[in-house]
Structures are given as C-alpha cells and as structure tokens.
Design a binder for this molecule. Sequence first.
Ligand SMILES: [Zn+2]
Length: 440
Amino acid sequence: MEPNLDPAAVGLIIRSQRASKALSIFISSNSSACTVNLRNRVISMWTDSTRSLCKPVIVLVLAFAATVKLSHSLYRYKLLRRSRTHSGTMSFTSPPSENDNESPRRSRILSSKLYFDVPSSKVPLIYSSTYDIAFLGIEKLHPFDSAKWGRICGFLFMDNVVDKNSIVGPKEASKNDLLVVHSEAYLNSLKKSADVAMIIEVPPVALFPNCLVQQKVLSPFRNQVGGTILAAKLAMDRGWAINVGGGFHHCCGGKGGGFCAYADISLCIHFAFVRLNISRVMIIDLDAHQGNGHETDFANDSRVYILDMYNPGIYPFDYEARRYIDQRIEVASGTTTAEYLRRLDEALEVAAHNFDPELIVYNAGTDILDGDPLGRLKISPNGITNRDEKVFRFSRERNIPIVMLTSGGYMKSSARVIADSITNLSNKSLIDTGKNTTST
Ligand SMILES: [Zn+2]
C-alpha cells in the first residue's frame, strides 16, 4: 500500500539524507585535521600505543557531537512544522483551526445589520408575522403547529398583556450572518429541496421547487434566527428578552435535523461574544429533547456552560454531543410535574454554584407537556408556568440578563400554554410588558 506522504516530510527526508552525507564528509575531513593538532599536543605525553587509540576515540566524540547537532536540527524542524500546522499556514492535511475562523467570523458579525437600536417605548418581545409557515396545507402533515408563534402573540394581544405596536420585529438573517456559524457547504445543501425535506421531516417538501421552499419554509426560519440574535442585545439592554420563536437546538454549524435548519442559539452567542463584549454564557435547555446542535458547536468551549434537562429515550440519541453537556439532567418518559420541578430546583442550585454567566439563553420548549407525542413527559400547563418562573427568578435574583426562546412544542395547546406563562411572568413583575398595572 502506498503511504500518503506529506510533501514536507519528503523534503525533510531528502534534506536529512543530504545533511548526513555532508556531515560524514565534514567529520572525516575535520577529524583528520583535529587528529593532527591533537597529536602535536599530546605527543610528548602519550606512547605510540596510546596514540593509536586516540584517533578512533576523537572520531567517535565528533560523530557523537554531530549526531546531537542533527537531532537538535530535526527536533527544531518538528517544532516549527507543528507550530505552522497548528496555525494553518503550512498544513496540507489538517482542517483550519479555531483561530483561522475567528477573523472572518468577527468581521461578518461586525458588518451585520441584525443588531439595531430599538426605541425604549418598545417591549423586548420579538415577533414578526414572517415567522409563521403556511405551505399550501403541506405543513399540516407535520405534527408541528406551524402557526404557533403568531397564535402566542394573538393570545397576548387579546389578553392585553402587551400592546401590538410595542413588540419588536427583527430582520431576516442574511447569508453573511449565517456564515458566522454555518459552513458554505451546509448552506448550499439547503438549496436542495430534498435536503430541506429531511431536516424538517416533511417528505412532500422534496417535490417542490427550491425557490418556493426558500420562501415558504427557510425564510420564516431565517427571520426567527434574526429574532434570537437580536434578543441577546435587548436582554443586555433591558435585563430580559423573549423571542416568540427560535430555539432550533438540533442544528449545528454543519448539519440540520429535527425541524431545525439554522443554529440560532450558536449564532446568538457568537454575536454576543463580539458585539456585547461578554465571554460567559449559560444555556439552560429545558426542551424535552437533547440540544445536540449547540452542544456540538460549543464542544469544549469553556465560555459556554450547558445545562440540559431532557428525555434520553427520544430523538436525537446523540451520544457524542452528550459528552459536551456541562450539567446533564435526564428525565425519563412519564416523569410528572412535581418530580420534574424538584429536579429543576436542584439543577439550578448546582448551576449557580458552578458558573457565573453574563447572559442566560433559556430554551423553553413546551414539548414536555403531558400528551405531547414527541416529548413523552407528563408536565401540566401549570408546571410549564412554574418552570419558566423558576428560570426567570434564577436570572433576576442574580441580575443576569436572560433570553427566552420558545423552541419545541408541537400540540395546538402549546401556544395557549406559552402565552399564559408569559402573562404569569408579567404578573409576577419578572418581565415588564408595559401593562403590569392594568393586568393585575
Ligand atoms: Zn423538542
């Protein structure tokens, strides 16, 4: 089998062979000269028999010194090569390192239009009608309520929790924004309707022209991504922000899945690192499913602490990503409200002890609801309200800005449950929707 030879290694071998040859000539010529000099100096002290031993000894010493010198040269070359390979300037086989990605990533973030000034009269509740998916009725083939986001806001307006004109509409994430985390190859794969169909788990979508898929499915997702990214800025300004959408926690930079086409959580955090000048973020992921997307993206990144409370008996069974969870709380199928909330209390106490974040990203999926066919947990609507209140209190008591994302929650009842929970947060003064005085 032909070995896969690195050209740099081939060069080294040739240079080493040439060096050895030159060295042996050098040793042999210089050893003769040395021998003559030394012979003159020791001739009066040494007998003929001693002199006959002198030459091979000196040759040995010089050969030893030359070997040491050659070893040092090889060692220095190895070090140089390793450092060049590490910085990516001379690598033929290694992928670009983290540092190589940082510079273009930073300039993309700095040139983004997703962060913009929001008037103080607005409430940091983010939503746009562009979030909702309507695809010629095809969306009904998925158990997902694809108009959930609009229905949540509808309940909030109807219940007079927030004024329709007070909420914030985000901008759609551009390709330049998405490249902050995603690879070009992954974004290109979304130009194939069949690939999108696999990610969102609606096979008939594979039959539609990609321009339609972009417009009806991916564009709503990109608007929600814009909302998640903006939410971090608003949370730092106001102490909290809720994106009534987002939370696509199964998608990482190079791969989508589980109805998640873009890695909005990873994008939000990278934007926050650069634009908000922070370096410690805690993800509290309480969706029923394991958040393997952000876990993969922030594997071994000490700036991000991940608390993930999930059912290990359902999708995505990503055992590799589980290794990157800092605090893993596994809740088995059938877990009920009291047990769930007790374990959440314990988990938050441990998290507070372990990490001191400057921002919390709370992935508040409601697929833990009793009756959800995908989450398989048995948490009551009141349990959801209590859960969200606990996480917001955790943030408020420590004065840590919090971003909430609605994430999974696939039943028609989810929108009502989420709206009720946001109403409760407002009633408990954990968020200020500008309506507290009239709603209580
Ligand atoms: Zn989920």
